[in-house]
Design a protein around this ligand. Structure first.
Ligand code: FE
Length: 339
């Protein structure tokens, strides 16, 4: 009997390769808040048995940390917002290129890095919001038209140090060229109602309170305010309407939140699986609904608030261009006096 037990344990040891004794793990550095990503990571763990260690932080702080950790970084995956920031990570040699048929199939080519270094996982639109009682939709058309003198002293927008604005201008440089963009910037800045201050929600509040008539903001902030438990935010949001700019030409400027695999990654295969999981229909629906963003593919269902804003034409410029033109955009905004 004892011999048989011994025999079978020996046999078992031969059959079970040593690597299966360790639990597969992926270390994720995320600039998205825990509440926006943790439930999905938990679902991935349920489905695969892989353990995910999540570190959250501010976008720029995570980049600095990854740079200083270099090849010793425990991170396998970087999850962050804005193509401009993902491009910075790429330029700082933090990420590595991965070839994945799954990712290429799931994520449209204009929403991922031209060198396969990062992949878009949600889409955010930078839109115009206007005061319902003072502005009519037919007064609006494009971002470019916000330089018109009719908007003098009537525009609110956050600071040029904000990457969303940098990417908006970078996209304009890509489509209109530097000369036109510079001329537009000067006239646009001259129309500001006040020196830039606060975040996108504050611009919406400023329109609601009559400080300005129009603002340029990411649409999910309006969605978040409309659905907020905070009565003041809800009331402010209800006083404005969303306008989709540039519907007759290149489409509304869009950006992404996305992920890339680090150079230091120990578990590339599992990291890739995780990114593909986040791009799956199931995750896309949850992700978009939770933060009022748009899925990376049209076929995925969107939330009621998003649906109420109707379909829109999105710019199909490759988001890599937003990163490529980032430095030029910052300089041009600075020259135009956009604080
Ligand atoms: Fe944001």
């Amino acid at each position: 009997m004892a011999f048989r037990t011994l025999f079978f344990s020996a046999l078992l040891m031969l059959l079970v390769p040593p690597y299966s004794l360790a639990v597969a793990e992926v270390n994720v550095y995320s600039a998205r808040q825990e509440s926006l990503i943790k439930p999905l990571l938990d679902r991935f763990t349920e489905q695969t048995g892989a353990k995910i260690n999540l570190v959250t932080g501010k976008g720029d702080a995570l980049l600095t940390r990854l740079k200083s950790e270099g090849m010793n970084s425990p991170a396998d995956v970087l999850l962050t917002v804005d193509a401009g920031r993902l491009y910075r990570a790429q330029e700082a040699s933090i990420l590595q290129a991965v070839e994945s048929d799954d990712l290429n199939r799931l994520i449209p080519s204009h929403l991922r890095s031209a060198d396969n270094q990062w992949y878009g996982l949600s889409v955010r639109a930078r839109v115009i919001v206007f005061a319902k009682d003072r502005v009519k939709a037919n007064q609006l058309s494009t971002y470019e038209a916000l330089s018109d003198p009719q908007w003098q002293g009537k525009i609110c927008v956050r600071s040029s140090s904000n990457i969303y604005n940098q990417s908006l201008v970078a996209g304009m440089i890509a489509s209109q060229g530097m000369l036109k963009t510079e001329a537009w910037l000067k006239a646009f800045v001259a129309n500001f109602a006040r020196p830039p201050a606060g975040g996108d929600r504050d611009q919406i509040k400023a329109v609601a309170s009559g400080q300005c008539d129009v603002a340029v903001v990411n649409s999910y902030y309006l969605g978040g305010m409309l659905l907020s438990d905070d009565q003041a935010q809800q009331t402010a949001a209800s006083k404005v309407t969303l306008f989709w700019p540039n519907q007759k030409d290149r489409g509304t400027h869009v950006n992404i939140s996305g992920a890339g695999i680090t150079q230091s990654a120990k578990n590339i295969e599992l990291a890739q699986k995780l990114i593909a999981f986040l791009a799956s229909n199931e995750s896309q629906e949850w992700y978009a609904e939770r933060n009022n963003e748009f899925p990376v593919r049209d076929a995925v269902k969107v939330s009621t608030v998003l649906e109420s804003w109707g379909p829109f034409v999105a710019d199909t410029l490759n988001v890599t261009e937003l990163g490529r033109n980032n430095a030029a955009a910052i300089m041009a905004m600075d020259r135009a006096g956009w604080k």
